[in-house]
Write a protein of this length. Structure first.
Length: 314
């Protein structure tokens, strides 16, 4: 185990980022084993209990070998946010540093990691009745109606969402209705506070063609592992299409199969397409970041990463 030395009050943190299906988890497990430490998941979907296969969650065996924080912490009917992640991850990082452990963050939810490193805007507490009114509107007129409204009042927030991302749409609209200002305006007026971390930010990337093939193969494997059965079990627990956790690629598409609107094959093709689209958005996101180390997944040398981390911590 390498002691987590700090500079002043800075805490040294290693971050492993990369698009979905690139192979981040295997690399992070090897690093955690080598440095005798634990992993902090920065995945907005793996926080949900029961959503195992469709989120490519680390297996029980892998979680027994290496402790993973922020996995399986809420149920599908609950909501999770970047603010929740930032708070929880920071507390874990501080605790690990006190124990002499090297915090390693692993995940593909770039906005979560950005929020942790740069701070996050604390939105005002909006009265519940405003949210309930917007929810009722969505039930009567559909999420597309609210999305069009959001595009008019807050185009920037609309670009970060899509018309099916109801929670994010409602959050942006309720802030606007309550304050008369967009979230973007409030961000500029009340800049967030950065955390005092010293980071080694590593990107695991891959040629798009290779990655898209991996995505297609992984989705097929998910079905073989029992994705449909897992989905049906979750519904039998009482969760439904309105549960925030089930608004997740790999699950939301299966409602069309159960409703008889699509064949299982068509739904699986939609999962592949939506996952590839997600990976494409991740590539776009990563282009805006200056990484300390960028590696191609098909040409990984784990020793090179270990040497880089060792040099960073010393």
């Amino acid at each position: 185990m390498i002691s987590n030395k700090t500079t002043g009050k800075e805490i040294s943190v290693v971050i492993i980022q990369g698009p979905t299906a690139v192979g981040k988890s295997d690399i992070a497990l090897q690093l955690a084993n080598h440095f005798q430490t634990e992993l902090i998941s920065a995945d907005s979907r793996q926080v949900y209990k029961f959503l195992d296969i469709g989120t490519a969650k680390p297996s029980k065996e892998e979680q027994e070998k290496v402790k993973h924080h922020l996995i399986d912490i809420i149920t599908p009917n609950e909501e999770s946010s970047a603010g929740d992640f930032t708070r929880d991850a920071h507390d874990i990082i501080v605790e690990q540093s006190k124990l002499g452990l090297l915090p390693i963050i692993i995940g593909g939810t770039g906005f979560y990691i950005k929020s942790l490193l740069e701070g996050i805007f604390q939105a005002p507490d909006v009265p519940r009745e405003i949210r309930e009114k917007l929810k009722k509107t969505s039930e009567e007129k559909g999420s597309a109606f609210l999305y069009e409204k959001l595009k008019k009042v807050d185009p920037f927030s609309a670009k970060r969402a899509n018309q099916n991302d109801l929670n994010r749409i409602i959050r942006a609209l309720e802030v606007y209705e309550f304050t008369g200002k967009t979230i973007t305006q409030l961000w500029k007026e009340k800049p967030s506070t950065k955390r005092n971390y010293r980071t080694l930010n590593i990107l695991i990337s891959e040629d798009r063609k290779i990655l898209y093939d991996r995505i297609n193969e992984r989705v097929d494997m998910m079905l073989e592992k029992g994705l449909l059965k897992e989905f049906e079990n979750i519904l039998n627990m009482g969760y439904s299409q309105s549960s925030p956790g089930l608004n997740t690629v790999g699950y939301k598409e299966l409602f069309y199969y159960l409703d008889g609107d699509s064949t299982l094959l068509q739904c699986m093709e939609e999962i592949k397409k939506h996952t590839r689209n997600y990976a494409k958005r991740q590539f776009t996101w990563y282009r805006k970041i200056d990484f300390d180390l960028t590696l191609r997944a098909s040409n990984i040398n784990i020793s090179e990463i270990i040497d880089s981390i060792s040099g960073f911590v010393e």
